[in-house]
Ligand binder design. Structure first.
Ligand code: PXP
Length: 237
């Protein structure tokens, strides 16, 4: 089974546009679960342009499925994660002002940093996933530094999907087979949507979780949140 974790950053971003509490992020996160989401993801960034650090414990209180906090492991982020005890922490290598995550970790160059951070998170019973590109040596590196899972960066897959989906999926099939062989769990995310998700799911063995934000929240403007979550779940059966 592949879990759908809804990334609620865009809901926070809309709320922040007016400075009040509309839409209500906590209520909408709760509703995502009621409508079928099997996880909630937040990605607090240092400038707090969407999820604010203060949102993280409020969402923690209502999540009954799986709470995933993702971000770059600077000291503030590490403190936030440890205080809030999510089920999973997904580490991304983003520089502070990047618009959105656009590449995975170099798990070889950052081996000692990642080892220390991962063992600290795991000592608090938090599962760690590392955002990586679909490259065997980066996945091997993720295993070596002790991550339980990888999150495959699917931006390149999504970009190429309409021009050549067989070519777009090829490195992900190879990477997933490799990850399964070395027994590291597989998540995926970025730019997944109602066009490209089903084909991804059908081709990737052992896909444990997808985290989806931008397209899902955009689709909800047309179809409503309940319908949209059901439509995404349908792609994953
Ligand atoms: N995974 C990671 C590591 C991300 O940074 C993001 C975007 O915040 C996502 C998944 C979700 O991507 P999208 O918003 O394109 O669905």
């Amino acid at each position: 089974m592949t879990k759908l974790s809804v990334n609620v950053n865009k809901i926070a971003w809309l709320r922040n546009a007016r400075g009040g509490n509309l839409p209500n992020l906590v209520k909408m996160s709760q509703d995502c679960e009621i409508f079928g989401a099997q996880g909630i993801t937040v990605h607090p960034r240092p400038d707090e342009r969407h999820i604010k650090y203060a949102d993280v414990p409020l969402i923690k209180e209502i999540v009954t499925t799986e709470y995933n906090i993702e971000g770059y492991p600077n000291p503030d982020f590490m403190k936030l994660v440890i205080e809030n005890q999510p089920d999973q922490c997904t580490l991304v290598p983003d520089p502070p002002n990047v618009l959105t995550s656009n590449t995975g970790w170099d798990t070889i160059k950052n081996e000692s940093l990642l080892k220390d951070i991962i063992s600290e998170l795991q000592s608090h019973n938090i599962r760690v996933s590392l955002f990586v590109n679909p490259e065997q040596k980066m996945i091997e590196g993720a295993k070596r530094v002790g991550a339980e899972r990888i999150e495959l960066y699917t931006g390149d897959y999504a970009n190429q999907f309409h021009s050549n989906k067989e070519q777009a999926i090829a490195p992900f099939i190879t990477s997933a087979n490799f990850a399964n062989n070395i027994e590291i769990g597989i998540n995926a995310g970025h730019d997944l949507n109602l066009d490209n998700l089903k084909y991804f799911k059908e081709n990737i063995n052992g896909l444990l979780e997808v985290s989806i934000g931008h397209a899902l929240i955009s689709d909800a403007l047309y179809f409503g949140l309940r319908n949209t979550i059901q439509m995404y779940l349908q792609q994953l059966v």
